[in-house]
Write a protein that binds this ligand. Structure first.
Ligand SMILES: [Zn+2]
Length: 314
């Protein structure tokens, strides 16, 4: 049995074919081009699925979809996606009709959490919190071995936990959110305040061919001993620690998985993050929890495929 996993992002949409053990057999990607509208998008999805079916036929039994935004998993509905600028779009039903395969749909961070549960932890830990640290911060919860949706499918919006009263402006329109301190856009904004001459900084620390201020450039600078860059990362770790501390107190997870581009800077933000966690007064949940970093950039699409195999079959 093989499953198709689809990860719908603001820029690109990734599709994979994997087996039950999470082994990749085929993959495809195209530009999401959300402005062309959902109907054209679903048609392009169905075309790729048709190609996969030519190669794998009846071995393909399900589709899992992870979409960036607020998803109603029961109705297969994308209620709202700021990245795609779509509202109330039915995705799972139309794709089921066009392909004849059962579709399960979830928020993209939920699918990444399922991917972490299956592939990183091999189901050995049943209570897991996953944070995807990218431009924004997504999160997904596996509790008791099940994906936790909450009462309206919106559980896991950890990026918008308020950690600083009246703090920095967040992309959601609010202030003081975790994402407004630890999303890559926020980290770069803070770096601009601390690094001095940006042009000279970029020239010195950016990767060849990518001459702009990004988190890789900031990581290189920290490695070279730049005090401002190290301070940015240590502040990022402190804020992340504050957000995580609250989540760990509430959920008592066995493992926290951090993934996404920002997690590559682990060496520079983890010490400050661990310090905040170590300074909490209710000790037990912090002694118990393991912190894991996943460098698998495809947890979302793999997780979607595996979730579809598990839940899409009716
Ligand atoms: Zn926010």
């Amino acid at each position: 049995m093989l499953g198709i996993g689809i990860d719908i992002g603001g820029t690109n949409t990734k599709l994979v074919v994997v087996n039950r053990a999470g082994k990749l057999l085929a993959h495809e990607r195209f530009r999401t081009e959300a402005a062309k509208g959902p109907a054209s998008f679903i048609k392009r999805l169905a075309e790729v699925v048709a190609c996969f079916r030519r190669d794998y036929g009846r071995q393909l039994v399900s589709i899992g979809i992870g979409a960036a935004g607020d998803v109603d998993p029961e109705r297969g509905l994308l209620r709202f996606s700021p990245n795609l600028a779509w509202r109330s779009v039915k995705l799972a039903g139309p794709l089921e009709k066009m392909t004849g395969l059962p579709c399960a749909m979830e928020n993209d961070a939920n699918m990444a959490a399922w991917g972490a549960y299956e592939l990183e932890l091999r189901r050995k830990t049943d209570d897991i919190l996953t944070l995807t640290l990218g431009t924004g911060i997504g999160s997904g919860l596996i509790l008791g071995g099940k994906l936790y949706h909450g009462s309206s499918g919106s559980a896991g919006e950890a990026g918008h936990l308020k950690i600083v009263p009246n703090g920095r402006a967040c992309h959601c329109g609010g202030r003081g959110c975790l994402e407004a301190y630890c999303g890559s856009y926020a980290i770069i904004a803070r770096a601009r305040e601390l690094i001095g001459n940006e042009k000279a900084f970029v020239k010195k620390f950016a990767a060849p061919g990518h001459e702009k201020l990004n988190t890789i450039c900031l990581t290189n600078a920290a490695a070279a001993g730049h005090a401002g860059a190290r301070r940015v990362w240590s502040e990022t770790g402190q804020h992340l620690g504050m957000g995580l501390a609250g989540l760990i107190l509430v959920l008592n997870p066995g493992c926290v998985v951090l993934t996404g581009g920002v997690s590559k800077a682990r060496k520079w933000f983890l010490p400050a993050m661990r310090k905040v966690l170590g300074n909490q007064q209710i000790k037990t949940p912090f002694e118990k929890v393991k912190i894991r970093i996943s460098d698998n950039a495809d947890l979302g699409s793999y997780g979607a495929a595996l979730f579809g195999l598990e839940h899409g079959l009716k």
